[in-house]
Design a protein around this ligand. Structure first.
Ligand SMILES: Cc1cc2nc3c(=O)[nH]c(=O)nc-3n(C[C@H](O)[C@H](O)[C@H](O)COP(=O)(O)O)c2cc1C
Length: 184
């Protein structure tokens, strides 16, 4: 099996990290992986914020918990409790936030970039976990949202994030189902 196939098949979400920081060399590789992602008509409208500031990550975490409590989002809160997660980023020392203007393929472009990052992280020996839950911190119509903390301008929207770090406890890749594929 080649290295790319191995990364695709071996990657799985990491929800427990060591305190070790992600090195600046690795961060440079991750930046390349983010910018190398294909985008529809090569518009390259994905924007990335690499956050290692623990206080800011804690602030986002608190905001998301508050939003879930305010919405009585019992499913979300139960999922976090089941995962024993006081931190929605599971202690990842680096979280990359992807945002962009609205366009037909904005969500897809961000999804492709986040998978590039997940696979790049895996190939560097790092763990990662994609994060959609933190969207609650960046809703334009919520008073006290944290959009400006990440530098979002008006008309720019959070798409998805990914926590990355050294793995403290990993898990096996999910099982997949060939019945989801038909050949014609
Ligand atoms: C768009 C998207 C959003 C996700 N958001 C979260 C999240 O907020 N929190 C979390 O713990 N995992 C999140 N995940 C990770 C999924 O739960 C995980 O990929 C799935 O359970 C399959 O496990 P695997 O990644 O180990 O294969 C997200 C994944 C995707 C693709």
């Amino acid at each position: 099996m080649n290295d790319t196939m191995r990364s695709i098949l071996e990657r799985s979400s990491t929800r427990s990290y060591t305190h070790e920081a992600v090195s600046s060399e690795m961060i440079e590789d991750l930046k390349k992986a983010a910018l190398a992602a294909p985008t529809a008509t090569n518009k390259q409208e994905n924007r990335f914020v690499f956050v290692t500031d623990k206080d800011l990550l804690a602030k986002i975490n608190t905001k998301v918990y508050e939003a879930m409590a305010a919405e009585s989002d019992s499913n979300g809160l139960a999922r976090l409790k089941q995962r024993k997660a006081e931190d929605i980023f599971y202690g990842a020392p680096l979280v990359i936030f992807i945002y962009s203007q609205d366009s037909r393929y904005a969500i897809m472009d961000a999804g492709i970039a986040v998978q590039n990052l997940a696979l790049a992280a895996h190939s560097l020996g790092l763990g990662s976990c994609i994060n959609g839950m933190c969207r609650r911190a960046f809703r334009s119509n919520d008073e006290g949202n944290l959009r400006s903390e990440l530098g979002f301008a008006e008309g720019e929207y959070f798409r998805v994030a990914i926590g990355i770090g050294h793995i403290a406890r990993g898990k096996k890749p999910h099982r997949f189902n060939y019945a989801h594929i038909r050949e014609i």
